[in-house]
Ligand binder design. Sequence first.
Ligand code: KDG
Ligand code: MG
Length: 407
Amino acid sequence: MRIAAADVVVTCPGRNFVTLKITTEDGVTGLGDATLNGRELAVASYLRDHVAPLLVGRDAHRITDLWHYLYKGAYWRRGPVTMTAIAAVDTALWDIKGKVAGLPVYELLGGAARDRVLCYGHASGETVEETLEQVQAYVDEGYRAVRVQCGVPGLPATYGVPHGEGSSFGAYEPAQVGAMPQEATWSTTAYLDVVPRLFAAVRERFGPHLEVLHDVHHRLTPMEAARLGESLRPYRPFWIEDPTPAENQRAFELLRAHTSVPIAVGEVLTSIWDCQDLITNQWIDYIRTTVVHAGGITHLKRIFDLADLYQVRSGSHGATDLSPVSMAAALHVDVSIPNFGIQEYMRHTAETDAVFPHTWRFERGHLYPSTEPGLGVELDEEEAARHPYRQAYLPVNRLEDGTVHSW
Ligand code: KDG
Ligand code: MG
């Protein structure tokens, strides 16, 4: 089954998405998400200019061979642009294989290992009280797990709290349209003061059973993160996420020695090598690598298989910059692996869902993968064409004295 064409579609139904569509000579199509938030066109060019010409004429069924052809064949390994491009090809080929076999992709991955996929939504507000109201709305919808973020008193804009275009309840959109990134301000002292108060209020209102998550977003040193972990421990967080940057994996050895709260890392990691030490030393509890940024279904499976050997569970990234194609693929992986933990789920806008009609679904706090052949998601190209690309950037973060800090 030879590949006839590989086309890249860039669309902005409220936010930018890059999608690869592979078509075989007999007309079967497969989709792969290639969205890299704020750097979308780099991946679009990588695919159009350097990958699509290499795919035409190749056997669409040889997924592993093509993966290594693109990875080892590029010579330049890893990195978000390369790994997102490879992910798109890999995901599209799994879609095609499923359609040809007449089976949903999870059946090709070994079949369902569970009936449903636990997911968490995002509750956030400027104040603790506003965040509590959003938690209540999620609980009313049947969510059993909720991520909580709130504004940091004294700071104009805080990570995870809606502001700006495209942000509304359940649709927090950090990338803002414009020619330059917006700038945010950060104070670790003020942050470490407010987060324990937020957790105390959530536990007091919602009791001990709700799963409560929090994203630190790479902003603390290991020892600051340890202090946060210890201050949250009485409130039993499900996890604290990205407590400190993970370029230096050994930072987590230090953190681990000083707090027992569960730790989740990995949304910016793009390969098994980037999380090898984190996993094999059991310095983390959840690995958050995704289909789209970590080399597709083929490579993500390898990461999760390694993690399983060390009792590390999955907790894939699922923000709105991961398109419904990514979410479809993620759910096939989530439902089929032995060491599934939780899936992040930020709802897309109606415009995005119209561009990517899909049959995976949410019901009472859980996600269910499509049971259609392939991934179970389509691309409406006419609808996509109605939303041309708009330049958008993630914010840049500075300390109060102007020093650039991790965003
Ligand atoms: O593109 C960046 C976002 O996906 C990221 O900021 C969201 O950290 C995030 C999360 O956990 O959803
Ligand atoms: Mg995160």
